[in-house]
Design a protein around this ligand. Structure first.
Ligand code: GN1
Ligand code: MG
Length: 352
């Protein structure tokens, strides 16, 4: 591994390279040198992201743009160039290696320890939205085409139901009925985009709390990591996915569905953080559609879990046989929670 490390332009001599972090997709290593300077080396999963050059082009464009907007070097990720001047190494077999500067004195949390932590992650993703507002989103490669095209996700669900390769349709009737009953509403935001009423934005697409680096003392956000799914999209997607994951009172795969609730305190905290920084860079209709983003991302994710269950669990990693069905069920309860608390969500957003 140190051979690979030495191909990058390091300050000092590398002395160790150890596995690091909690990512599920890429392999991540911490590089220690004989100088007070740490680095992150990553082997990117090109099974998930086959277009290595397109992916790295996105990362380069976005990090360079962010860099121009910040004064503190910890506030934007920086790629470390390779000795030959390139920004990454692509080996035979589509093996993609890249290196980042380590963000010093930072922490990242897997779960919000308080509403304040969640509010700060809203600040982080709102800042990202604001800083990228003047970047032409169509310059970015769609690394996973139609990622949040919910109607296409529904086509995949319908296809899975029709093919039923695992004979599981009979085991998931209520779930199938639930998701299909909401198919019509799944195209609402896409229709507004296609009609030119919502602008295409740069979106992060994985707006979980653990993709925010926070200052270890002040707990204020420094920068956002995991830029692999940065793509053109809608502001409501990033807002919505953060709510889906972080404002639920239970884990995504909780089996006791009575524990699954939408926490309005968390919803308020994230909305407050997010809109406090990016309200003015969003258009009125974009702000208006944020609650629908939360409902849509939850519906879509649930439909994806259900599809994967029907297809035999080929996409999401599972650790028990009905894992994806359990996940599809928690998302159902959350969607219902959002439908019940719709007026409250709307009025929290409108207060801005
Ligand atoms: C996947 O692997 P992770 O947790 O970063 C998925 C997201 C889903 C999420 C659900 C590239 O993200 O879209 O919301 O699982 N990422 C991809 O847990 O498909
Ligand atoms: Mg991710």
């Amino acid at each position: 591994m140190l051979d690979m490390v030495e191909r990058f332009q390091l300050d000092g001599m590398p002395i160790a390279c150890v596995e690091f972090g909690s990512g599920h997709i890429n392999q991540t290593y911490l590089v220690v040198t004989n100088r007070p300077h740490l680095y992150i080396l990553q082997l990117v999963n090109t099974q998930t992201f086959p277009d290595a050059d397109g992916l790295m082009r996105n990362v380069i464009l976005v990090t360079e743009h962010l860099r121009k907007k910040v004064d503190d070097p910890r506030k934007a990720l920086r790629l470390v160039p390779v000795r030959d001047g390139r920004m990454y190494i692509l080996e035979a077999g589509n093996r993609l290696w890249r290196m980042y500067e380590y963000v010093t004195c930072s922490v990242c949390l897997d779960r919000a320890e308080s509403a304040e932590d969640f509010r700060q992650s809203g600040v982080a993703f709102g800042t990202f939205q604001r800083q990228m507002a003047d970047f032409p989103a169509e310059q970015l490669t769609e690394v996973i085409p139609f990622f949040h095209h919910t109607p296409r996700r529904y086509l995949a669900l319908r296809d899975a139901i029709a093919r039923d390769p695992m004979d599981r349709v009979r085991l998931a009737r209520p779930e199938i009925d639930f998701y299909l009953a909401r198919e019509e509403s799944a195209g609402e935001l896409i229709r507004l985009l296609e009609a030119g009423r919502l602008p295409l934005r740069v979106t992060h697409n994985d707006t979980k709390l653990n993709n925010v680096m926070m200052d270890e003392l002040t707990r204020e956000p420094l920068c956002i990591i995991d830029l692999d799914t940065v793509m053109p999209g809608l502001a409501a997607y990033d807002f919505g996915d953060a709510i889906r994951f972080g404002a639920s009172e239970a884990a995504e795969d909780e089996r006791d569905l009575s524990k699954v609730r939408l926490s309005m305190d968390m919803f308020r905290a994230f909305t407050d953080g997010f809109l406090s920084v990016c309200r003015d860079s969003l258009q009125p209709l974009e702000r208006e559609t944020l609650p629908e983003g939360a409902r849509l991302m939850t519906l879509e994710c649930g439909a994806r879990f259900l599809t994967d269950y029907l297809m035999g669990d080929t996409y999401f990693h599972i650790s028990r046989p009905e894992h994806n069905l359990d996940r599809a069920r928690t998302q159902m309860v959350l969607v219902r929670e959002m439908e019940d608390k719709w007026d409250q969500m709307k009025s929290v957003v409108r207060a801005y």
